[in-house]
Design a protein around this ligand. Structure first.
Ligand code: MLT
Length: 310
């Protein structure tokens, strides 16, 4: 059996597969045309978010039996096409939960206290104590959209900061929300009441542009938004416009509709905006966790054992 890890992955998972006797080829970065050219040789494929597993890739992957996504989101994989071809798609739903949760909290604090720009200017020898006056989290209303593993982790940590946490998630019951210390709210209420809003859901037809010109204009003046989930949930151009209009005081964004982001991206250079290059899952611990999760899933599937599909 031959396995291709196309986007680089922690050696821990690779070790599990090699110990099983499989041949594993690891590429740190594989251009799309190269992936298409070589995929026919492999029985299993491991990807992060960079490689796009399109219909063409699946067509060319004549021997493919399983695709392991070392992470949560499978929006870079044509899951319907893979399923139709009998190729199993697995992911690691919990491996990077803490990493993404902590990155979100870090982004919220960095944005609220102007830490990135204060660091940048201090490093250059400036001393701007008056310019970078921030806001506190305590007493502010945090609207969490999506109360899954990461959303629930944010709720817990935000309560430690004495924030008032409200949440929107059509799949979460009142009892579950209550157990998290979250008051369930409609999306309209989240928009109207929140001082900070953070989104934690996959990108789907329903969530694409969920935050746009219309509801950005209904938010509290001075609202701060965080997106460490998927680019496109908050419309990037509408968000940039709302920052320029003074409606949105801050935006902390880790994910983009197109990654790497283009040099003329509308959010670049705007005051109050903190950007990171899709680092939510980038911790040593998370990368080991997701690598082990997918390796174990692949090993199980290749041995004919049942696996949990994405
Ligand atoms: C995920 O979906 O797990 C995260 O966005 C991290 C990643 O893409 O690797």
């Amino acid at each position: 059996m031959k396995i291709l890890a196309a986007d680089g992955v922690s050696p821990k998972g690779i070790e599990i597969l090699r110990n099983e006797g499989y041949e594993v080829v690891v590429k740190d970065k594989l251009p799309a045309d190269e992936l298409l050219a070589i995929i026919g040789e492999y029985d299993a494929l491991i990807v992060r978010s960079a490689s796009k597993v399109t219909k063409e890739v699946l067509e060319a992957g004549k021997n493919l039996k399983i695709i392991g996504r070392a992470g949560v989101g499978v929006d870079n994989i044509d899951v319907a096409e893979a399923t139709a071809r009998g190729i199993v798609v697995i992911n690691s739903p919990g491996g990077n939960t803490i990493a993404a949760t902590e990155h979100t909290m870090g982004m919220m604090l960095a944005m609220a206290r102007h830490i990135p720009i204060a660091n940048e200017t201090t490093q250059k020898g400036e001393w701007n104590r008056k310019k970078y006056v921030g806001v506190e989290l305590r007493g502010k209303t945090l609207g969490i959209v999506g109360l899954g593993r990461i959303g629930a982790g944010i709720a817990k940590r935000a309560q430690a900061f004495e924030m008032d946490v409200i949440g929107y998630d059509p799949y979460v019951t009142e009892d579950r929300a209550k157990a998290m210390g979250v008051r369930l709210a409609s999306l309209d209420d989240i928009v109207a009441e929140s001082d900070f809003i953070t989104v934690h859901m996959p990108l789907t037809a329903e969530t694409r542009n969920m935050f746009n010109k219309d509801n950005l204009h209904k938010m509290k003046k001075g609202v701060r938004l965080i997106n460490c989930a998927r680019g496109g949930i908050i419309n990037e151009q509408d968000l940039a416009d709302a920052v320029k209009e003074g409606i949105v005081a801050g935006a902390a964004i880790d994910v983009f509709t197109s990654e790497p982001m283009p040099a003329d991206h509308p959010l670049l250079g705007l005051p109050g905006v903190v950007l990171t290059p899709h680092l939510g899952a980038s911790t040593v611990e998370a990368q080991i966790g997701v690598s082990i999760d997918v390796a174990e899933g692949i090993r199980a599937h290749l041995k004919g054992e049942p696996v949990m599909t994405a």
